[in-house]
Design a protein around this ligand. Structure first.
Ligand code: ATP
Ligand code: MG
Length: 180
C-alpha cells in the first residue's frame, strides 16, 4: 500500500487544481518559505478526516478554503483527493485503488466519498484505522510532537498503546453505540 497521488483544489494556497503523483518510497517536498509545503501536509491530514482547525494551522475549519489574493478571488469550496494503491489489499475494501475525497463548502459542512460514493467520516476512519494511516495514527509527526508524547498523561499514553494495538476502532464504535 502506498499513496499514489494527492489532488488539491481550492485548498489553502492551492487555488487551481494541483495533482502530486507519488512513487513508493520517500518523497521530499522542497520550496521557498511560504510556498505551500506545509499546506500539502495539512491537505493530507484533512482528507483523512482531521477535525481540528488548530492541527491545520487555522482559526476555524473554513480557513482551509482558498481565501483569495489581490489578483485572484476567493473560492467557495475546498476539495482534496487522496489515491492509495491497495494492490496488496492492506485496506479492507475490494478495490486495488482507493480514492478518498473530502469537500468543504463555505458556510457548510464536509462531504466525504470513497471511490466516488458518498460516505460518512466514520467510514473513512474505519477504512484507514487498521492500515497504520489515518487521522489519529501518528503518521504525521509535527513539530513539538515528540515533546508531547514525553509529557503525556497516563490516559493519553494509554491512547497511543490502544491505537498501536488496533483497539481504538472498537472503542470508537462502542462510544458511538452508547451515544444512541
Ligand atoms: P515554510 O518553509 O515557512 O514552512 P511552507 O512552504 O510550509 O513555508 P505554507 O505554510 O504551506 O508554507 O504556506 C503558507 C502560505 O499559504 C501563506 O502564504 C498563506 O497566505 C497561504 N495560505 C494559507 N491558507 C490560505 C488560504 N485559505 N487561502 C489562500 N492562501 C492561504
Ligand atoms: Mg512549513
Amino acid at each position: 500500500m502506498y499513496v499514489k497521488s494527492l489532488t488539491l483544489k481550492g485548498f489553502k494556497s492551492f487555488a487551481s487544481a494541483t495533482t502530486m503523483k507519488l512513487e513508493p518510497g520517500i518523497t521530499c517536498i522542497v520550496g521557498p518559505n511560504g510556498s505551500g509545503k506545509s499546506n500539502v501536509v495539512d491537505a493530507l491530514a484533512w482528507v483523512m478526516g482531521e477535525q481540528g482547525a488548530k492541527s491545520l494551522r487555522g482559526g476555524k475549519m473554513e480557513d482551509v478554503i482558498f481565501a483569495g489574493t489581490p489578483t485572484r478571488p476567493a473560492l467557495g469550496r475546498a476539495e482534496v483527493s487522496l489515491t492509495i494503491d491497495n494492490s496488496d489489499g492492506a485496506l479492507p475494501i475490494d478495490y486495488t485503488e482507493v480514492t478518498i475525497t473530502r469537500t468543504m463548502f463555505k458556510g457548510g459542512g464536509s462531504d466525504y466519498s470513497i471511490n466516488g460514493t458518498s460516505c460518512r467520516l466514520l467510514d473513512i476512519q474505519e477504512l484507514l484505522s487498521d492500515s497504520g494511516i489515518g487521522r489519529e495514527m501518528h503518521v504525521i509527526v509535527g513539530q513539538g510532537q515528540l515533546d508531547a508524547v514525553l509529557r503525556a498523561t497516563p490516559e493519553e499514553r494509554r491512547g497511543f498503546i490502544e491505537e498501536a494495538a488496533g483497539v481504538l476502532k472498537h472503542r470508537k464504535r462502542k462510544e458511538k453505540a452508547l451515544r444512541k
